[in-house]
Design a protein around this ligand. Sequence first.
Ligand code: GLY
Length: 369
Amino acid sequence: MTTTVTVSGGDFRPYEVVVGRGLLAGLGGRVAPLAQGRTVVITDETVGRLHGKAALASLKAAGAPGRLLTVPPGEGSKSFAELERVIDRMLAFQLDRKDVVVALGGGVVGDLAGLAAALFMRGVDFVQVPTTLLAQVDSSVGGKTAIDTPRGKNLVGAFHQPRLVLADIDVLATLPERQLRSGWAEVLKHGLICDADFFEWLAGEGSAGAGGDPEALERAVVRSVEIKSAIVGEDEKEAGRRALLNLGHTFGHAIEAELGFDETKLTHGEAVALGCALAFRFSAASGLCAPDAAARAATVLGAAGLPTRLDQAGTFKAASLVKRMGGDKKAERGRLTLILAWEIGDAFVARDVDAGAVTAFLEAEIAGG
Ligand code: GLY
């Protein structure tokens, strides 16, 4: 079964997110109507080895022949140097404004290829073919593209919506288990933000998805894409409601930064899971949500093999974490903005959060309180 979710409502051309199995083989048939000329498939070495040939063959058969442009795997490719190299290769391939960029890979490839597409000849169309769970449920939808600089992550970028997103559940079968679970954190995040029934399904029958069951994964991806699409349609540029998608990210980003963004210690998804657990416990400590709701959130995240307590990730100082949270680009004029919750499925944007209260909370968490 294939499900199509339309992303619309914002100041952008509506586009479809197609979720299903075996979609990669039909890539060419879906891209050819968008491409008046040629295509370039930007991928990384790992994904290129697994799926590059199939993607090129499908594009060629459909009359939208492509060149493969491969970048090294990993966050290091979200750099000015790699962006320059990618754009230079696109110029060397003599692509023009009618040609289409296909981003075949995880979040790094999607962010880099999307930004290259936004900049090349002042903007060309691009198609996202996300190959990680995290990219399927989050980064491929919504048009955020970016690279990192030595001063921080995602600091240089553009909003550039894709023309089409193809989320093929079958490609998730080759994902390492830890990466799958990391993507599952973003799936659970969507339930925690605005859909308590979905969260309880993920905790029960749907939990097989965290272990790779394709049917559960498909349903989890579809619902996540519906949730994200609705939010992006309302608030493309993150003036308000889109910030809800950052649940767990301000705590999580600070923890990742303290660990030097070392994915061997803590993946982004693990940091988000831990951040969600902290956001719920802080909400409970602030009298905003019931302690039972915070405990339930942590239980379900933990049952999916995700960390929910700081000591599972490393040794931290509360003041250092709060400093990192204040330095987060989501902070406004030195005040902490956090995504907090009234209950599971009902998160909200809290501006003006008292940094002292967050420090005291984290001190108690570190002390095991
Ligand atoms: N990943 C959060 C967003 O797209 O807004």
